[in-house]
Design a protein around this ligand. Sequence first.
Ligand code: TSJ
Length: 656
Amino acid sequence: MAEEREEKLEAVDQDYGAEQIQVLEGLDPVRKRPGMYIGSTGINGLHHLVYEIVDNAIDEALAGFCTEIKVELLPGELVRVTDNGRGIPVGIHPTEGISAATVVYTVLHAGGKFGGGGYKVSGGLHGVGASVVNALSEWLELTVRDGEHVYFQHFDRGDYKEPLKIIGDTNETGTSVTFKADDQIFETTVYEHEVLLDRLREQAFLNAGVRIVFSDLRNEAEPITDVLHYEGGIREFVDHIRSTRDHTPIGEVIYVSGKQGDAIAEVAMQYNDSYNSIVMSFANNIHTKDGGSHETGFKNALTKVINDYGHRFGKLKENEKLTGDDVREGLIAVISVKLTECEFEGQTKGRLGNPEVRPFVEKMIQEKLMSYLEMQPEVAGLILDKCSAARRAREAAKNAREASRRKTAMENASLPGKLADCSEHGVENTEIYIVEGDSAGGSAKGGRDRRYQAILPLWGKMLNVEKARIDRVYGNEKLMPVVTALGTGIGEDFDIEKLRYEKVIIMADADVDGCHIRTLLLTFFFRYMRPLIEHGNVYIAQPPLFKVERDTKAKKYMQIRYAFSDEERDRYIEELREEDGKTFKLLVQRYKGLGEMDSEQLWETTMDPARRTILRVKMEDAIKADEVISILMGDKVSPRKDYIEKYARTVSNLDI
Ligand code: TSJ
């Protein structure tokens, strides 16, 4: 590593006069292929810039030298991150002649590791640093305080004209970075408050004691500040997840931690009265959404400990065995490991490799969770009751499933009667539209291309997915047709190979009811057919909200435009108002429901692959829907009321 750094310093600065050109070359690859360094140039990549800078300050906090990190969004979409740490080293490299801080910002990968000695724990998706943010910023300004002087340097797109300079005296220490993301690079440079807040809160949970002050000052009339500071760390994370979903806790939050060499692992977990399971894992503060060795270790050990305890203390009969799903029903758990070196695997690098971590976490949970249960027999009793109830429900579901299979075999007509299937037999290019309601189903049937588009109208009373276990799905008149039409089965039976269509498209009205059914279906897919979402097979149709039409009988002037937003409607009104000096009266129709469109209109605007827009549902959308359902369908009124008030203005896109 040291050798590598030496080489890079040479490359930057062989010839002092050529410094700028060399520096530009250093960051050129970042501007050429930004996606390689920050994942994308969309909103996620934009947010990534903030994470990269904040990660550096968190490292300083973990090293024990910084207590507070300020993150500010300023008018003009500027971001400022300030810590009260030691300040990036400003010393001039003895032979190279430029400041260490400048190297951090102008040499690729010189980022957080520069300065050495530090135990670098946090790190963004690709482990890149400040130089990448610098390269992708229209401009960036760095201020370092070392207790004596204030140092300052300005960069334009990674390039600098003047070196780091002393601009004043100070008795404070710390680092402050202000940057403006480059709109030549990013599709959008507008940050999303909630997304940044969630991520910063997550970092505050994962790094107990660190104080992150997030201020959104973009709207001067309405400044928002959140202080994110959790002495309880991931214990409070678990409590936060539970309270946003309003589940009633069963027992307290259990916390265990352990060390093995340089590796640290900690787990916080708590049961609740719901039927879903939320296990989130992190490695070096990075969310491992596909799990990996730490998560596997935890799950294995949890199943073993609860079974062993149950058998040892007579809570389970000898022949009663709890499965992993049984012991995770109604469980919220957060696993966090910190390692000197993480190996991330899988297509999206969302899974922790490091094989040595599995036995480490397994052993830790086995020993410490078992002694916890032994010392807390009351909590242990509640947990075993909960897991045993899950086991009995699983048995009931198995019976229901078998009964449903027998029934299907007997009736010998497996597809639902309401389904208007497509005529092609293969899966490739085929689509099923799941449509709420009678009239919309009719229009969709009339408008579709029957060769490859199937229509399934939904009927009857929806199951409250929140309050029912999987066995109830088998008896639900609304969901069963969806299950049989898709062909995949649900839960343990789910098999994506059996999916009968390539795309599953949810088509619902743009109003509150439509939003509700969309959210319910997404939650259903998320809970019982999750791979469908993971594989990207689920889509949301986007019917237009308005029709703008010239009020004329003259064929040559006839024009119809469909608008998908208020802005688009206004633009079309503007555009259609005049032609050849002739002014028209316009008809503007607001579609309250899909049923108001005739077959042809529905085809043109929403179903024709050449003209429509459909949104692919991502895991994040489904997780959000799941959370929304917990709030909307749960027992308690107050979080529901808060939620509806908070989202009242944007209720038409509640879940996307
Ligand atoms: F990297 C960065 F520019 F993005 C950035 C770094 C941004 C922010 C907001 C803070 C920081 C940062 C870096 N804060 N604190 C530090 N600390 C060091 O770089 C540092 C200081 C002293 C020593 C030492 O060994 O004396 C070592 C390091 C790594």
